[in-house]
Design a protein around this ligand. Structure first.
Ligand code: TA6
Length: 300
């Protein structure tokens, strides 16, 4: 559906508009008294979330590519049906194929509390079967308000069980990653991807002093990013998510990413809710699984 048709069908005057965003990619613009934000239909990717009176929470690289079918550096990419590389196909796209697909906009709803709910969906087709031979319907429902509530629901529409990994790969915007502290993972075991996924135990809260790429196991608790730079704490609460991933490329890793400015790594940290590795989800025919991740901002 063309952008004008989408806007006629789903737009809410003065609250929600569908426009041509960066690179001409279709974007739902949200602007109410309670919240402002953006959701791109490519990947159903949240790209901005600003509760009233709060500075932008989501990081987006100034050097991101904005091209149909190309991953966008920042926002909240949806990783599905695998996380990182596909174990049996080195040519497969990192983090699965749904983040670069055009999703169908299903609804835009102005809620009574001033928040706005945007629902998008994608499903298996000839293109997806090229990478993954299963039938699925995937729905992403995002409620933007004082908090950001996301629900990713996977439905097995075929007659064969499948296992999938998933993650909401949130890029948080911070003042300076060298001064933040990530709380809520003390004493949780993790796999260090910088050391061949060697298993370790998190000693205390996380203070970053170099590249980090940790996958925390059986991590179901609430996570806080204490950010003295912007003087706030960014909270992540999860439901039906057993994995938490923490990533920052640091100077060395950023130098290898053409779509991340040389110093932008200072202003971001990824803290991601998901189900990956041994926590991958098995889904029988006709069954569904919903993972919920809720973000909120605590200011002093
Ligand atoms: O979420 C952490 C991670 O898996 C890292 O290993 C790193 O590859 C990061 O994702 C970047 O992913 P992307 O595909 O968005 O460049």
């Amino acid at each position: 559906m063309q952008i004008q048709e989408l806007n006629e069908r789903f737009g809410i005057p003065g609250v929600a508009q569908i426009v041509a965003g960066n690179g001409g990619l279709a974007r739902v613009n949200i602007a109410s008294s309670a919240v402002a934000g953006e959701v791109y239909l490519q990947g159903a990717q949240v790209m901005s979330w600003r509760p009233a009176g709060v500075e932008e929470v989501i990081f987006v690289s100034r050097q991101s590519h904005w091209e149909p079918g190309r991953a966008i550096r920042g926002g909240i990419p949806i990783c599905f049906p695998w996380f990182r590389g596909k174990s049996d196909d080195p040519k497969a796209p990192a983090h699965g194929f749904v983040r670069t697909r055009q999703w169908t906009l299903e609804s835009v709803t102005a809620e009574k509390d001033g928040s706005i709910t945007v629902a998008c969906a994608t499903q298996s087709d000839e293109a997806s079967r090229r990478w993954w031979p299963y039938e699925f319907y995937l729905r992403h429902q995002v409620n933007l308000g004082r908090s950001l509530r996301m629900e990713l629901t996977a439905l097995n529409t075929g007659n064969t069980e499948f296992r999938f990994e998933e993650a909401l790969h949130t890029y948080f915007r911070v003042g300076d990653v060298e001064t933040v502290e990530v709380r809520g993972l003390a004493a949780v075991p993790y796999l260090d991807n910088m050391e061949g996924n060697r298993q370790k135990l998190q000693m205390g809260d996380i203070r970053l002093s170099g590249q980090i790429d940790n996958a925390y196991l059986n991590a179901t608790g609430t996570l806080d990013i204490a950010d003295p730079g912007i003087r706030r704490t960014l909270r992540t609460e999860k439901h039906n998510s057993a994995s938490t991933i923490v990533w920052n490329p640091w100077r060395e890793g950023a130098a290898k990413l053409a779509d991340l400015g040389d110093n932008e790594w200072h202003q971001m940290i990824c803290v991601e809710g998901g189900n990956i590795l041994d926590a991958a989800v098995a889904l029988g025919p006709g069954k569904q699984h919903a993972m919920r991740v809720t973000l909120s901002v605590i200011t002093p």
